[in-house]
Design a protein around this ligand. Structure first.
Ligand code: KG4
Ligand code: ZN
Length: 327
């Protein structure tokens, strides 16, 4: 089965082809340089750039895959969550392809894509496991008891971890997106400032990052000479400590051995290292996809589509964008 998938929920225009679960191509055009000027994604500009990029990216992905368009069996696309204008570009494009090629259509949840990026890499991954889903808009813990049952067991009470990285990077004038910028600056700094790790009560598996944000703001007012790199290293340590602590607490609480990291923030090396070290200590196993499959890409969407289509799932062509779709 050959699936062509499109992802355009935020500021990456991505097209992938997958054959029987194996990625043939996964091409992404980033808009980072454009939105960087504004310190964050401008929804109206993002939608217009998707329109501009989608056909060239589609042609490149098709060429790399060496598949003829008429060999494609299924067309898939992200329908939420995300920016409505951005989602609509991908949806309209893929619906158009489905009609013109007379091939079935499948709408995919972006968050499911992040989770399934792990199955592309670890086909042997078995349930039950805890999922830490950390991206620009989400910081949530799930218990996946089996392939049909996924239960939310914890979440952020305010900002997502990615949002905290992005907002603090903006305060530090490190550029957008903030996560990679803070990670890069942190490489040349030391974790010497103690920023808050919130909700540290023993049994609590929710997150909170707004206190950290405020704390950095006040710190900057009072410590104008502090090295940005040291602040970056200290902020990164505070965020990753919270994420790791709560995730392993959840694994203990639900007596689960396996832990899966998913979403853009899971690309962070400090987070990945801490996860591996803690897993070794606690005799648990941790899984995370390669960096290029952590951030937004159509490969992860194509893989979910492949799995769903094998079960016989299809979507109606009147499926609309759902900006606040949940897992
Ligand atoms: O999953 P994603 O690409 O898009 C959403 O669905 O939101 O995640 C984007 C978020 C941004 O907040 C970005 O700063 C963060 O993931 N991010 C990182 C890293 N790479 C991306 N955060 C920390 N370290 C990174 N290396
Ligand atoms: Zn994402």
């Amino acid at each position: 089965m050959i699936v062509l998938a499109v992802e355009s929920s935020c500021d990456e225009t991505s097209v992938a082809l997958i054959k029987d679960g194996k990625l043939l191509s996964n091409e992404t055009a980033s808009q980072i340089d454009i939105h960087g000027k504004y310190g964050g994604v401008v929804p109206e500009i993002a939608a217009r750039k998707h329109l501009e990029y989608i056909i060239p990216v589609f042609e490149k992905a098709l060429e790399k895959s060496t598949i003829d368009l008429h060999e494609v069996d299924l067309l898939a696309v992200t329908y939420g969550p995300g920016l409505v204008g951005s989602l609509l570009v991908g949806l309209s494009f893929v619906k158009g392809l489905s009609i013109s090629l007379n091939k079935p259509f499948l709408a995919i949840n972006h968050l499911m894509g992040h989770l399934y990026a792990n199955f592309i890499t670890f086909s042997e991954l078995k349930t039950p496991f805890i999922v830490l889903l950390v991206s620009g808009g989400h910081t949530e813990l799930f218990l996946m008891e089996n392939m049909k049952s996924i239960r939310k067991i914890g979440q952020t009470r305010d900002d997502a971890a990615g949002e905290a990285f992005d907002k603090i990077a903006r305060m530090l004038e490190l550029g957008y997106p903030g996560g990679p910028a803070i990670e890069k600056a942190a490489c040349n700094g030391n974790d010497i400032y103690r920023f808050p790790r919130s909700l540290r009560k023993k049994d609590n598996i929710d997150f909170s990052f707004s206190g950290l944000k405020t704390s950095v703001l006040y710190f900057l007012r009072e410590n104008r000479d502090a090295k940005k790199e040291d602040i970056a290293a200290s902020v990164q340590a505070a965020i990753t400590d919270s994420l790791i602590e709560k995730t392993f607490l959840a694994a203990d609480k639900f007596n689960v051995e396996r832990i899966v990291l998913a979403g853009g923030v899971a690309a962070n090396k400090n987070l990945r290292n801490k996860a591996e070290i803690t897993a070794r200590k606690k005799k648990k196993k941790v899984y995370f996809p390669p960096v290029e499959l952590c951030t937004d890409n159509a490969g992860m969407i194509a893989y979910v589509a492949y799995k769903k289509a094998k079960r016989g799932d299809l979507s109606p062509l009147n499926t609309n964008a759902v900006p606040y779709l949940t897992l």
